[in-house]
Unconditional design. Structure first.
Lengths: 292, 288
């Protein structure tokens, strides 16, 4: 096993594939995140209303409603039955992420991802190794808590602190003191827990993870026999535990598809791998090559 | 997935040690999340109390229902043609991200088509509201009679004239000016059956700080005990007096004069035997 962790992750990939191939999906993700923000800002800044509202609820071209599913769930938990517009909106969103992968929201849409990715990048640059560890399933506990809070208080109590819409709404409608919460998340990820917010706590990520359990669009380790154990994919992956069964599970009869709902389809493993082990694909044909 | 991962980390043999570790892990997470939840729950109790001067858009459900329904998407803000609504930012007293307006800055213009309401995707703004005059965003209260210039005896009536439900939500009641003894006070009086709480009166009030303000209806409105019966209403309903038979009140007036209560007031009949001559000089010469 040759561990090349003395060089920074990505160096080898840039050397073999060139900069743009080594950062392709990262750049595309940033482009996607910023374009979505841009689309929302186009209205208030330029008067072009392609999409109106924010990620909590929006109206595309004044016709198609979109609604954040966790909000609709909180409404029901709080005892409020919303109008069909919101229900359709949530249905469209769920249907979309059922197809493209639930947590695709996290890495391609959510603006907090830019914040936590920056914290992870800086953490790695500064060589901060110490991290308080708590289980990744905390997010499902959080999701349960969000529903419980809504049921007990009869209001969407979590939404007075939820940083995800707070940041997005802040950028579009005026940020107030919300930047302090965003800085808190940045510092939390930087100094307290590695990939702490998106990878452990965020209940929206938890819900999208559940939505994405069965989605067909997947990252596959189709060329896993080429893996040279450089471990760089584990270093850059926001949810490293999802890689192992697919990449190293051939002996156990596991197929090459990363099946965990927690995979965010960010494609960093595809970018970083100099051996081009990973690729996007479908979840079908998930037989171990060795066995077939 | 996460489950199988956890198992492999903790040995996965179901031994006493791994069971203990599993249980302590669960307890740790549950406690951590629970503490956080308690914090958020308690904070939210405070964070959702609406300050008195923040008004919800027309058709907003009662505050608690509103907070179970509003997604904080800002579509109402976008569709307000006068840019009156805004979403609460962190650090403001209004529940984070929810829409409100401040009457003193700019009151609701009461658009006839109420564009902010139908765009609400959840019904936090009630789509059954189709007549803006039926909306109740709050209730105007003439909160300071010491500063309202009408009470000083000055003519103002700005609130009365700016009121979109003019002549109904605010009327001008004439009262005797005791101080001067010879003038009238033109007092604005708010009527809760017509006031929508749009805030135009508060916005327009000419005093440095508004003397008429929109309060949440809950805060502004009193409630008469249910056992109260208003005699004249009961009388009107019954068509006759319920206590003693009606007797017309007899005013002790000089001859040729009568008094019409609630109508013309003092009526002087033109008669021949008036003590006053039509020529005032005659009266003076008589030494009366």
């Amino acid at each position: 096993m040759t561990m090349k962790l003395n060089s920074r992750p990505g160096v080898e990939a840039v050397a073999t594939k060139g900069f743009f191939q080594a950062y392709k999906w990262l750049l595309l993700r940033r482009l996607s995140q910023l374009s979505i923000l841009g689309l929302f800002l186009l209205g208030p800044l330029a008067g072009v209303w392609l999409i109106k509202g924010n990620l909590a609820s929006s109206l595309v071209l004044d016709t198609v409603p979109l609604t954040e599913p966790m909000l609709v769930m909180q409404m029901f938990a709080a005892g409020f039955i919303p109008l069909s517009t919101a229900l359709w909106g949530a249905l469209f969103v769920v249907a979309f992420y059922l197809v493209v992968g639930g947590r695709t929201y996290c890495s391609w849409v959510c603006p907090v991802n830019i914040v936590t990715d920056s914290a992870a990048w800086l953490r790695e640059r500064l060589g901060i190794a110490a991290s308080s560890s708590f289980p990744r399933n905390t997010r499902y506990w959080m999701l349960a808590l969000v529903m419980l809070l809504a049921a007990v208080t009869g209001t969407m109590a979590y939404e007075v602190v939820n940083p995800v819409p707070m940041l997005h709404r802040g950028i579009i409608f005026g940020i107030g003191l919300s930047w302090s919460v965003i800085i808190a998340i940045f510092l939390f990820d930087l100094f307290i827990a590695r990939k702490g917010w998106c990878g452990h706590i965020c209940p929206m990520g938890g819900l999208y993870g559940i939505i994405g359990k069965i989605s067909p669009l997947r990252v596959r380790a189709d060329r896993r026999e080429m893996c040279d154990d450089c471990m760089e994919c584990f270093v850059v992956c926001p949810e490293p535990h999802v890689i192992k069964p697919a990449l190293k599970g051939a002996d156990m009869g596991n197929g090459p598809v990363i099946t965990a709902g927690e995979c965010t389809n960010c494609g960093r493993c595809i970018d970083i791998c100099a051996e081009e082990v990973f690729n996007f694909g479908y979840r079908f044909n998930n037989q171990s090559k060795e066995s077939s | 997935m996460a489950h199988s991962d956890e198992k492999s980390q903790s040995g996965g043999k179901g031994s006493a040690v791994s069971r203990r570790r599993f249980l302590s892990d669960v307890a740790r997470t549950a406690c951590g999340v629970g503490l956080l939840g308690m914090g958020i729950g308690l904070y939210s109790r405070q964070a959702v109390s609406l300050p008195a001067l923040a008004l919800r858009p027309p058709g907003a459900l009662p505050e608690k229902d509103f907070l179970s329904a509003c997604t904080r998407c800002g579509l109402c803000v976008r569709d307000c043609p006068y840019d009156i609504l805004k979403l609460a930012e962190l650090g403001e007293e209004v529940a984070l991200g929810t829409p409100y307006f401040t009457a003193r800055k700019a009151g609701c213009e009461m658009c006839e088509d109420i564009p902010c309401v139908p765009v609400c995707p959840t019904g936090a703004l009630d789509h059954d509201l189709t007549d803006i005059n039926e909306s109740r965003m709050g209730l105007a209260v003439l909160s300071d009679q010491e500063t309202c210039v009408a009470f000083l005896g000055l003519r103002c009536e700005v609130c009365y004239n700016i009121c979109p439900v003019r002549g109904k939500a605010i009327t001008i009641e004439r009262k005797h000016n005791i101080r001067s003894g010879k003038h009238a006070l033109f007092i604005p009086v708010v009527h809760s059956d017509s006031c929508t709480g749009c805030g135009k009166c508060e916005e327009a009030c000419i005093t440095d700080k508004a003397s008429i303000k929109i309060f949440p209806t809950e805060l502004a409105k009193g409630k008469l005990g249910e056992h109260y019966r208003v005699g004249w209403e009961e009388k009107a309903r019954a068509g006759e007096s319920l206590v003693t038979p009606d007797q017309e009140h007899i005013y002790n007036l000089p001859e040729g004069q009568s008094y019409d209560h609630g109508g013309e007031g003092l009526i002087m009949e033109e008669s021949q035997d008036s003590p006053f001559s039509s020529n005032p000089l005659d009266t003076l010469n008589r030494g009366f």
